[in-house]
Design a protein around this ligand. Structure first.
Ligand code: SF4
Length: 481
């Protein structure tokens, strides 16, 4: 066992480490928590050359996978070789016991259908309906207490050094300006492909409809893109005849099946709102029966209240009811704006007017807020700008052969401040750029470039970078080829 200094600090640290969430005992006198198992698995603190499933198959971990931050199996995209089979890419679920598979409903959840290994603590009981199991207890590379000390401060969100991508070293070897220029090149590809998508839709449905569909999709964030796209596609059915923003809200909430059948009976302000919305929707529902979405298309898991679709629809209703969003965007496009005014000036257009209900409620279930909250924050303004508004304005300028406007919009895109960080970006940064990768994310284009590389290269490879040619591309770039 590794000798641990017997000092006051070391003793207190052990005492406090035991109390941390990482190694909570989870009702077992000698067992760790699931989080501890996740940490052990991620950092592979195992005698890796001895691993065997409960059924006796050898387990070779070519890559443990990436910790999942959005529900589903604990690790995504692991590369494992079980017995004499060829290596496979799949997911890994961590459970204290085999029974967790059924008890947590994984057997009925389609998100778990790619699980190729269930990592357990100490119960080898297998059934034919669970994935192969690996009992960690038998394979730790150090006693549990010692692991506690070395792993407790390592965040699960931090990718261990040895799991960095093959491109990390050549990327870090580039001078900063060359690295940023490469990200800029990749971002340009992303920008042009978004623009081409908007242009293709504009050719079918017109510029205005292409913009609305893009705006609705962006409001869906990543969870609810498709239901919002569907609603936008039916805009010409449900928008005409709505007298004001409230009528549009009622229509959109009704069509999208987000309107609860029951009052809360606890929240007076919400119940008043629901009664009025229902009064309106009651009159409209038969007319728009053909537009109705099933409620099951919406995803709520892992959504922040501010991103709930009902709140997003309320904002869309304000945009549409105002009737001059397009004209405002066109004016914004030609205005002379310094870089630090780009986000606030666009936000002023997009934030919508104060709303009697939605300014004080995150969702139809949440309690009334004391202070009003805007319907759109800065982070979503950037998403809308980078993914929809700037590419849409740019491709229109290109089609209209307006070189001045085209260049101005390109400058805005490359000057746009960074978007809010997210799990995909974090992982991409750590895999590709390693520790300190965040220092290069000073603009939205750097983030967009990184995401494009992930899509082009990581998306066509696996966690161990099999056959990925991006490192070669980086070396060529560095050599100025
Ligand atoms: S798959 Fe390619 S781009 Fe992705 S981390 Fe590995 S080497 Fe880099």
């Amino acid at each position: 066992m590794f000798p641990i200094a017997d000092t006051f600090y070391a003793r207190r640290r052990v005492a406090f480490a035991r109390a941390t969430a990482l190694f909570e005992r989870a009702g077992q006198p000698d067992g760790p928590s699931e989080r501890a198992l996740q940490s052990i698995w991620q950092h592979q603190r195992l005698r890796r050359d001895e691993l065997k499933t409960a059924e006796g198959q050898s387990v070779r971990v070519l890559h443990p996978g990436f910790i999942s931050v959005e529900g589903g199996p604990d690790f995504r995209g692991a590369v494992l070789q079980l017995g004499g089979e060829p290596p496979r890419t799949g997911d890994v679920e961590i459970d204290l016991r085999t029974s967790g598979w059924h008890a947590h409903g994984h057997d009925r959840n389609p998100a778990f259908k790619n699980v190729i290994l269930q990592v357990l603590w100490d119960e080898p009981t297998r059934t034919t309906t669970t994935p192969p199991g690996l009992v960690l207890k038998d394979y730790l590379d150090a006693p549990l207490d010692e692991l506690t000390l070395s792993l407790e401060n390592l965040s699960l969100r931090t990718l261990p050094e040895e799991l960095r991508g093959h491109c990390c070293a050549p990327l870090r070897a580039l001078p900063e300006e060359k690295l940023l220029a490469l990200l800029q090149d990749a971002a340009r590809v992303r920008w042009q492909s978004k623009s081409a998508q908007l242009l293709a839709r504009a050719r079918q449905a017109g510029w205005e409809q292409a913009l609305w569909e893009g705006m609705f999709r962006a409001l869906g964030y990543k969870h609810n893109v498709w239901p919002l796209q569907n609603l936008a596609e039916l805009r010409s059915r449900w928008q005409p005849g709505a007298a004001n923003g409230f009528a549009l809200q009622a229509r959109l909430l009704g069509i999208s099946a987000l309107l609860p059948d029951e009052l809360t009976r606890r929240q007076k302000s919400t119940d008043n709102y629901l009664r009025t919305v229902w009064d309106q929707w009651w009159r409209d529902r038969d007319t728009f029966a053909d537009c109705q979405l099933p409620r099951s298309v919406w995803k709520f898991h892992g959504l922040r209240p501010a991103n709930h679709p009902e709140r997003r629809l309320a904002l869309a209703a304000h945009w549409l009811a105002g009737g001059h969003l397009l004209a405002q965007l066109e004016q914004w496009c030609v205005a002379d704006l310094p870089d630090d005014k780009l986000v606030p000036s666009l936000r002023k257009i997009l934030v919508g007017p104060p709303d009697d209900f939605w300014s004080y409620h995150w969702t139809l279930r949440s309690p009334k807020l004391k202070t009003p909250q805007p319907l759109l924050g800065e982070a979503r303004v950037t998403d809308l700008a980078v993914n929809v508004i700037l590419p849409w304005l740019w491709v229109r300028a290109v089609e209209g052969k307006n070189a001045v406007l085209r260049d101005r919009l390109e400058r805005r895109y490359f000057a746009w401040p960074p978007a809010e960080d997210n799990a995909v970006l974090k992982l991409a940064r750590q895999r590709l750029l390693g520790v300190g990768g965040n220092q290069f994310m000073r603009n939205a284009f750097a983030q967009q470039g990184l995401l494009q590389i992930v899509r082009d290269f990581c998306g066509n490879s696996d966690a161990i970078c099999t056959a990925c040619r991006f490192p070669e591309l980086v070396r060529e770039w560095g050599a100025g080829k």
